[in-house]
Design a protein around this ligand. Structure first.
Ligand SMILES: [Zn+2]
Ligand SMILES: [Zn+2]
Length: 259
């Protein structure tokens, strides 16, 4: 549908611009909001910043932050084992996307969601997830329709809504698949995690996954100044303006390296 519309009708610069804006917004919502803030508590921030991050993360079609963080913590705790939701030892396609078709046993859901259910902002987002998700599709339609009528609204909805969701979803999936199959292991080989800087280019910095598995609470996934990690720059930027604080950072001499 997305390429068919592009071929017969075409997309405007507004559609492309909003695609980029919403890719970054929903991508940072996942990496900064869902992953580093909720799942790993690698920094603290003002409540309204958390609300904004979790709304933007909800636009990525990756479940509520509560469910996402519960799955993610289970991945870290049980990496490469039967209980690991994205178990990469079951092959590329399972860890990339097929895992979403497996239902989490209720006892595991209870156990891993419990810590996140205590947070009022996370639970507010959980209750309103469907509405937030729909707003991520309604927004591009509204912008396009305001700009050039319903046909333009449909174009903007398809490119900055549907195609953008597909792109962000697959970039996140690459961390669970590519970053557990291909890349280097400079920090730890206790699990299959790998550093893959190419993946960082599309995941806003999450490709340094071997470092992340070695030092999960660090607000940086790429700890070196030259590592492409826009999410850490975003968090650092928030801290400079006083909107975030208590950033967890592993000092250089304490970073684990393999012999
Ligand atoms: Zn991992
Ligand atoms: Zn993590």
């Amino acid at each position: 549908m997305v390429p068919v519309f592009g071929y017969y009708v075409g997309y405007t610069w507004v559609d492309w611009a909003l695609l980029v804006v919403l890719y970054f917004a929903s991508g940072l919502g996942i990496t900064v909001g869902y992953h580093r803030l909720v799942a790993h508590r690698s920094f603290e921030c003002r409540p309204w910043v958390k609300v904004a991050l979790l709304i933007a993360g909800g636009w990525a079609l990756e479940n509520s932050a509560c469910k996402w963080a519960a799955d993610h913590v289970r991945h870290h705790v049980r990496c490469d084992e039967e209980e690991d939701p994205y178990n990469a030892t079951r092959g590329f396609w399972h860890s990339h996307v097929l895992w979403i078709f497996y239902k989490t046993p209720p006892d595991l859901r209870e156990k891993y969601e419990a810590p996140f259910r205590k947070d009022p902002v996370t639970m507010w987002q959980h209750r309103n997830y469907a509405l937030i998700l729909l707003s991520g599709l309604a927004l591009p339609f509204a912008v396009g329709a305001t700009y050039g009528g319903w046909k333009s609204g449909l174009g903007c909805f398809l490119l900055a809504g549907v195609a953008r969701m597909f792109m962000v979803l697959n970039s996140t999936f690459c961390i669970n698949s590519v970053c557990h199959l291909w890349g280097e292991q400079p920090h730890t080989s206790t699990d299959s995690s790998r550093d893959n800087w190419l993946v960082s280019l599309v995941t806003l910095g999450e490709g340094y996954h071997n470092y992340h598995h070695a030092h999960q609470r660090d607000y940086r996934n790429g700890p070196r100044w030259y590592n492409f990690d826009p999410s850490k720059w975003f968090i650092f930027g928030l801290s400079l303006t006083g909107l975030a604080w208590n950033l967890c950072r592993i000092e250089p001499e304490r970073i684990r390296y393999q012999a």
